[in-house]
Design a protein. Structure first.
Length: 172
């Protein structure tokens, strides 16, 4: 949060600071899970960036817009360290999921030290996760700044290991 404030101050002093706009977008997307504000920041950075960086930003913008479209109508539950989003009407015990996430967080914090303040977890259908992960049909979890899980694969026996694995990426 402090870094976001500093970047906003830097941008207020120099609105053409493309790297600051890009980093602000990255923080808003990958640390705050605020895709709309991330897109706004990346669009400003894209206008000022060299062509290679501009292509990277254009890709980030398209991915964030796609995520917003896919996640429209998802329900969200918040806990101390997590925001869990799931498609409305899906049969998933969110309280159990949040408890499992918090337990894994506490265990990893004990082993690895402090972790991220908050992590966004999105539970997708198989089709939606394929769209997000670029058609990798074997994938059941992914961490790319947000923990993405395939809902139909969240069996009681698999879930603890999957959550711990993906959460370890967030810690590292």
């Amino acid at each position: 949060d402090q870094l976001v404030k500093w970047l906003e101050e830097a941008i207020a002093l120099n609105s053409k600071n493309g790297p600051a706009w890009m980093l602000l977008g990255d923080l808003r997307a990958f640390r705050q899970s605020d895709l709309e504000k991330a897109i706004d920041a990346w669009k400003v950075a894209e206008k000022q960036a060299p062509s290679a960086v501009s292509r990277v930003l254009a890709d980030r913008i398209l991915r964030a817009q796609r995520d917003l479209l896919i996640e429209r109508g998802y329900e969200a539950v918040r806990s101390a360290h997590f925001t869990v989003k799931v498609q409305g009407g899906r049969a998933l015990d969110l309280n159990q999921m949040v408890q499992l996430l918090e337990e894994a967080y506490a265990q990893l914090a004990g082993e690895l030290g402090s972790g991220p303040e908050t992590v966004t977890v999105i539970v997708y259908t198989e089709q939606a996760l394929r769209r997000v992960a670029g058609q990798r049909d074997w994938m059941i979890g992914l961490y790319d700044g947000r923990m993405r899980l395939r809902g139909d694969e969240l069996t009681a026996s698999l879930l603890p290991d999957l959550v711990r694995h993906e959460l370890a990426h967030a810690f590292l």
